[in-house]
Design a protein around this ligand. Structure first.
Ligand SMILES: [Zn+2]
Length: 231
């Protein structure tokens, strides 16, 4: 992971031209200095602008959330599988069916945190490996589902059988993408957002003792751009 500044990018004759749009993908050349945290961008060759992402605010919010997870959760060393997952996720969002952008983003957020090493354990209890059945408890703190005896009387989140089946499908690229109504889509957004915020807090807490806000995740989770359903 590398941050860089593009000097003079907004000048009319900037060598970067229109290449540096938000979420543009390409190859960057840096004037690299070991002692600097923020490098200087020398050149940027665009391979994909993904303008389709900007055409729909739901797609864009999902793409911003995915990018934020990558920026804040990826280790400093290169991780090709994570980069590939991010790129596939952005492509899936750019091609998302109308009304499915949220669900597509939810799936790719789960897949991205998975490849970054934070995959939730969903097939058996995360504490003792016992089978789960019926309404399943989920704990972001534990990092997966809990069996009835571990969940106790007040589990953090309860997933009715359909919600649990949908969560499994969201985490499985081979499975058909579930069609969620607005309420269930919002519940799944909350679930993955809470999971990410918890893991992020752990990473940042370990680094510097305080967690910063995950603003793109917050915006995406609230889905504030969706007009309230008229009755
Ligand atoms: Zn258990």
């Amino acid at each position: 992971m590398q941050s860089a500044i593009a000097k003079g990018v907004f000048r009319p004759r900037s060598p970067f031209g229109a290449a540096l749009e938000t979420l543009a993908e390409g190859t960057a050349q840096l004037y690299h200095k070991e002692t600097r945290e923020l490098q200087i961008l020398a050149a940027f060759d665009v391979t994909s602008l993904r303008r389709d992402l900007a055409g729909d605010v739901g797609r864009f919010a999902g793409a911003a959330a995915l990018s934020e997870v990558m920026l804040k959760m990826a280790p400093p060393a290169p991780l090709p599988a994570a980069y590939e997952t991010l790129v596939f996720g952005l492509d899936a969002l750019a091609n998302a069916e109308l009304g499915q952008a949220d669900t597509v983003a939810t799936r790719w957020l789960w897949l991205l945190v998975g490849v970054l090493g934070f995959a939730p354990q969903l097939d058996a209890c995360v504490r003792d490996g016992n089978a789960v059945a019926g309404t399943v408890a989920f704990s972001a703190v534990d990092g997966g589902v809990l069996c009835a005896s571990c969940a106790g009387l007040k589990p953090p989140t309860r997933l009715p059988p359909q919600a649990y089946a949908d969560l499994l499908a969201l985490n499985d690229l081979e499975a058909t993408l579930p069609r969620l109504d607005a309420a269930h889509a919002a519940a799944h957004r909350r679930l993955v957002a809470r999971f990410i915020r918890y893991q992020l807090g752990e990473i940042q807490g370990a680094k510097n003792g305080k967690a910063e806000r995950a603003s793109a995740i917050d915006i995406w989770e609230r889905g504030a751009w969706v007009p309230p359903a008229s009755s």
